[in-house]
Design a protein around this ligand. Sequence first.
Ligand code: RRO
Length: 325
Amino acid sequence: MPVDMRVRLGQVDLPNPVLAAAGCAGAGRELAQFTDISRIGAVVSKSIMTEPWTGNPAPRLAETPSGLLNSVGLQGPGIDAFLQRDLPWLLSRGTRVVVSIAGQTVREYGVLASRLADASGVSAVEINLSCPNAEDAGRPFALDPGTAGTVVAAVRGSLRYDIPVFAKLSPDVTDIVAVAGACVASGADGLSLINVLLGMAIDPGTMRPALAGAYGGLSGPAIRPVAVRCVWQVREAFPDVPIIGTGGVHTGRDALELLLAGASMIGVGTALIHDPSACSRVLRELEEDLAAIGVDRVADIIGRAHGGNPQSPPWARPADLTGKM
Ligand code: RRO
């Protein structure tokens, strides 16, 4: 019996919980050369701004142990080109689309939401509150619960209510539960956890920062335990709020870990850079892992690692998982 991989995203049933995370798949075109993007759960667009934007100067990428630093700086075509060119193309491929939006001001987020209010075929909007590489580096909106909530309210107020909004948060805070709570109180239907951690590398050869922008966002396997911790904490506090778990997922086992922590969908990001078919592979591996431990429906294991769940089945116990993996 195949595992039932369907999960619910707002009004839409996704065929499975594996999403191409924002930033590493552009608007899906490059990925489509290597993998069938209609078969993954959804493609989350690279964060869209109100205007075309060239991003930060090069070098914008630096490898680190088990991770990647980026300082892309929100490069993108702007909302007009996205709506005219990229969104119709994605929909024509039968792909479910989550649109990530990013603004420099609260007003810009509202403008982006109003533009999307008229667009058909958008499964959800992800509000990127956590880009570390904007002009005021180090002060993403998600660093403060009040500011994060203000942005969410602006988006929610300008968007149709049948389009769910997910707030993408930063792990670079003392209390991610407080930021998550402010977003939910301001109208977020779900949360996307996590964006990158702010990092830096110095090239001993040049004795200068490896990135032109000095700081950058750290992603990849190095940050997965941080993602697991954030998903766990937020799930403990808000068990009914859907979470897209993102951060260093490279294998089906990594995805399973985030599902057990409480994510109901999984974003695959940095893995796509060296394996553009990573979403399909992670999906296949996850399905195999679930079948091997006797799970019929992926929905049954979401949040199962949390204590005090009387229905937690025997296979969810750490010893069983350790034995299998
Ligand atoms: O474009 C970027 O530099 C960027 C963004 Br918007 C983000 O949300 N996370 C990231 O690591 N880089």
